[in-house]
Design a protein around this ligand. Sequence first.
Ligand code: ADP
Length: 334
Amino acid sequence: ERLVGASADGEDQAVEAALRPKDLGEFIGQEKVREQLDLVLRAARARGATADHVLLSGAPGLGKTTLSMIIAAEMGAPIRITSGPAIQHAGDLAAILSSLQEGEVLFLDEIHRMSRPAEEMLYMAMEDFRVDVIVGKGPGATAIPLELPPFTLVGATTRAGLLPPPLRDRFGFTAHMEFYEPAELERVVHRSAQLLDVEIDPAGAAEIAGRSRGTPRIANRLLRRVRDYAQVKADGEINRDIAGAALAVYEVDERGLDRLDRAVLEALLKLFGGGPVGLSTLAVAVGEERETVEEVAEPFLVREGLLARTPRGRVATPAAWAHLGLVPPRQAGG
Ligand code: ADP
């Protein structure tokens, strides 16, 4: 697992529970989402109703699970957590839906990865709080309608565009979560440090925030690694130098690039003069699979404006040369 990967590993899962903001007031950043969600939840509470279904879209580690728990807490409702890939058959979904309590929040992570029959069952459940359970097979099969208590579905997806429109349309409220600004991540780092009982100064927090790729989960993970370093190599307190030295050990640079990201950029610049070069060639040059380069390294490099995917191949931007401290070769005739 990469230190700068956005998906949760085992250690994250163990620690994250302790670091999760418990209400909207504690949730850092995402101002628009918070403001809108606050209105949705207040209005539902005032009506004594169950909140509308909520769709949260955004990259991993931006706080979708956390927000779903906050929705439940703000509504004073229990929460059930599951995911699209965990629901193989419509029957799995029927079992979950029929055991929900009135007002319960059902958090369905990676909702775009649900099976088709389950998805169709979900349409009716969301709209009419009803499912048809099919009993038997073939010509003798019968649909038994089952009433459900009103519940709030909170769906999470990395890209709302991946959802079939009939599903997307059944959400009363859709929130798009953006990557966090460095200043917001600094606040995340300070807050987490306090909860973990670690001393950190503002420059230390800024150093970690700047390397966290706009993602609170990564900020929290880097903070833990820096804490280890501070304990072993210093007096446990984190400042700018300690954070920088610790993350140098883990090969996460000032901009949050790790060894793989840098290897891809370096090959592109040093071996291919900045491109254009084909993906396969680039992958061979760094000794990785095509998919690894394309899916693991490139998205962040593109987002950071260091690499461009063009019809003729991968091309480095001027920022890439600057980041690696290299000078682009002079253009012919230039
Ligand atoms: P997702 O479900 O989008 O993958 P999570 O909700 O699991 O992300 O968040 C990952 C970690 O980041 C959690 O430990 C959570 O505490 C932290 N986190 C996410 N968003 C925020 C935020 N806005 N403020 C503070 N911490 C956050």
